[in-house]
Design a protein around this ligand. Sequence first.
Ligand code: F3S
Ligand code: F3S
Length: 105
Amino acid sequence: TYIIAEPCVDLLDRACVEECPVDCIYEGERMLYIQPDECVDCGACEPVCPVEAIFYEDDVPDEWEPYVKANVDFFDDLGSPGGASKVGKTANDPAFIKGLPPMNT
Ligand code: F3S
Ligand code: F3S
């Protein structure tokens, strides 16, 4: 799967959402998250993010490793809804994301 990391926090550009063919990029209050079971690894989202926040899971920089778990934990309650557009914005950001200081604004 692909992972969204820290440059997305508080920026939420959403260019990636337009590109995803399976609508698997879900919105929290601080950033967006890729549903790992729904992502088909097409990679279309990665080049369109203006701040290079999206990485293939094996290529996430060490400093942003906690975001791999965050992209999974975001879906603890949501599960696999099968489409982000019908879900809309949620308050499911993991605790460590909620606790981050304001950034990237
Ligand atoms: Fe975030 Fe980049 Fe998408 S800033 S919402 S990952 S286009
Ligand atoms: Fe969608 Fe990006 Fe995966 S475009 S299918 S989230 S690689």
